[in-house]
Design a protein around this ligand. Sequence first.
Ligand SMILES: NC(=O)c1ccc[n+]([C@@H]2O[C@H](COP(=O)([O-])OP(=O)(O)OC[C@H]3O[C@@H](n4cnc5c(N)ncnc54)[C@H](O)[C@@H]3O)[C@@H](O)[C@H]2O)c1
Length: 270
Amino acid sequence: MANGALQDHVVVITGGGSGLGAAFARRLAADGAMIIVNDLDPDAAALVADEVGGHAAPFDVTDSAAFDTAIDHVVHHHGRLDALVNNAGIAPPFDPDRFERTVANEMLRMEGRLDEMQPLGVLTSMTDGEWRRMLAVHLDGTFFGTRAALRHMQPARRGVIVNIASVLGLHPSSGAPHYSTAKAAIIALTKAAAEEVAPFGIRINAVCPGWVDTPLLSSYDDLAKGLITSRIPMGRMATAEELAELVRFLAGPESSYSTGDVYPASGGYA
Ligand SMILES: NC(=O)c1ccc[n+]([C@@H]2O[C@H](COP(=O)([O-])OP(=O)(O)OC[C@H]3O[C@@H](n4cnc5c(N)ncnc54)[C@H](O)[C@@H]3O)[C@@H](O)[C@H]2O)c1
């Protein structure tokens, strides 16, 4: 339920132009926060920023100099930085052929016919560029943002960082090894950083969403979405708004004893 608990708070959300990030922006703004909406897509950032009465800050989170400049600019203009949500992300595009082979392999495995299973080639066909970009957007981006924010939060001796990881960081998927590795590393970074800055009044936590129906999954067809949902005990994906309630809790004073903690919201999958 919306209240004014975040009045005067200044919050930066990366990847805020779509899906989860946009839902976080709306939820935190509803409680009074001033939102700085980052995104790689300037138009998407501007649209959400206008909607929530905030400001757009388009840049690529893999560019550490741009991240530093943006955070410095926020503190210079608004006089404070209360929270950073490291949310920007990408996902490997859905591959229908590989999906078909995955389903066929599962049937063969169930029947014990392992010698007939076909290699999926996820790792063997992955290019250096695909691996590097996945790690860069998720892990480098989260590190660059955390470092830039802490440079202001430490002297102020206050602040909150929420890192958006994934259930795949807890239960890695063979279909997305680079994504899973990046998300697991974000969890490790969250814990290491939280321990360092806990004495200075700064809290850092990670959220591990299960599957959420956002544009990130737009390349998935109905069959693929059906297979995913069949593995979720609650039998459905989350809405971005459901995740936004958790991020709102972690970004605000209600979570005052949480740091270095990992919060799955997975409909029972995690
Ligand atoms: N949707 C899911 O099922 C799901 C599940 C678990 C975790 N997540 C994570 O949640 C986060 C948000 O995902 P979403 O579902 O809202 O996806 P989305 O595609 O709807 O939104 C992601 C946004 O990040 C932006 N972005 C991508 N690369 C960027 C970069 N280098 N710099 C700045 N912005 C960049 C995109 O332009 C986009 O607007 C991601 O980190 C994703 O891995 C999503």
